[in-house]
Design a binder for this molecule. Structure first.
Ligand code: NAD
Length: 306
């Protein structure tokens, strides 16, 4: 089976290419990436072909998808703050780009697996977040991700395309970059702790997140591609482990060692949700064999990678 991974040079994409290259039955792996946030170096030592270009380029997409049996669509302009700074750019890459990928898949009936986000639940405060809950995006990023899954599922319903839209929660692990303004919380905290620098927390630190180790996420994605898993509705990709940022800092400082870190609190950011925790019954029904990597182990692997 040949697999195209859009965003394949990014954090999750490159981890997925590595996982796919170790799976029996997988032939050619193509990572299509414009290297806007991804890095060619992420694919070093991985048996995948990097095609540098944009998902907005319909001709290139057609070319790349023509030999694929499955497409895992991860390319996006990620991050809530970036979408607040430039909502149209998020819309163009995330929403319009997804329609382009879908159209390339539709021409050949290619199975498509796409990344949505838990941010689509937005201001809905019910926990755990079940897929049946309403969606109320709080940021342009979340709205664009809701568009991603709506287009994906609509292509399934309208054209019989085999599709799967997965709502990722907070994914962390090796290759996730720190040291830039839009860095995710786990690498940002580890980087600060290793440098002995203060940690910045937006809000009181009691907000909660459902962290998923990237190794678990790519196992699900690879299984989905190999078994052609589809679903008529969106599916959460997280396992219902809710941890506050204060607790995360505590656990990380145990892994990193040394004196307890200093924490600076800044005002809560616009667009950030308060609490997040996935209901995982739909996911477990579709992927009964996947056992999530526990938080302690995932954090230890991530610190080791730094
Ligand atoms: P990432 O930034 O590392 O990966 C995105 C990749 O897409 C990058 O390699 C980037 O260069 C590429 N890209 C951007 N625009 C492109 C374009 N026009 N054409 C081709 N490639 C393009 O981010 P990630 O964390 O690996 O995220 C992967 C996917 O998972 C994204 O769709 C993101 O929205 C989604 N997601 C991630 C998380 C998380 O916690 N990391 C949570 C929810 C959803």
């Amino acid at each position: 089976m040949n697999v195209v991974v859009t965003g394949g040079a990014g954090f999750i994409g490159a981890n997925l290419c590595r996982e796919l290259s170790a799976r029996p039955g997988v032939g050619r792996i193509i990572a299509l990436d414009d290297l806007s946030t991804g890095r060619a170096g992420n694919l070093e030592g991985v048996d995948a072909e990097l095609v540098e270009g944009s998902i907005l380029d319909a001709g290139l997409l057609d070319d790349v998808v023509s030999s694929a049996d499955a497409v895992v669509h991860l390319a996006a302009r990620p991050s809530v703050p970036r979408s607040l700074a430039d909502p149209f750019a998020s819309h163009e890459v995330n929403a319009t780009g997804t329609v382009r990928v879908l159209e390339a898949c539709r021409r050949r009936g290619t199975h498509l697996i796409a990344a949505s986000s838990s941010s689509v639940y937005g201001s809905v405060s019910t926990l755990p977040k079940h897929e049946d809950l309403p969606t109320r995006p709080l940021s342009p990023y979340a709205a664009s991700k809701l568009a991603v899954e709506a287009y994906v599922l609509a292509h399934g319903a309208s054209f019989g395309l085999p599709v799967l839209a997965l709502r990722f929660f907070n994914v962390y692990g090796p290759l996730q970059p720190a040291g830039h303004a839009y860095a995710a919380v786990v690498p940002a905290f580890i980087d600060a702790m290793l440098r002995g620098a203060p940690l910045t927390v937006f809000g009181d630190g009691l907000q909660t997140r459902d962290f998923t180790y990237v190794g678990t996420v790519v196992r699900v994605l690879a299984d989905a591609a190999l078994r052609e898993v589809t679903c008529a509705g969106p599916v959460n990709l997280a396992f219902g482990t809710r941890v506050s940022l204060r607790e995360l800092i505590q656990r990380l400082s145990e892994v990193v060692g040394g004196p307890p870190p200093t924490v600076h609190h800044l005002a809560a950011r616009a667009g950030d949700v308060r609490d997040s925790q996935a209901a995982d019954d739909v996911l477990r029904g579709l992927f009964p064999d996947v056992v999530p990597v526990p938080l302690e182990q995932g954090l230890a692997e991530t610190v080791r990678w730094f």
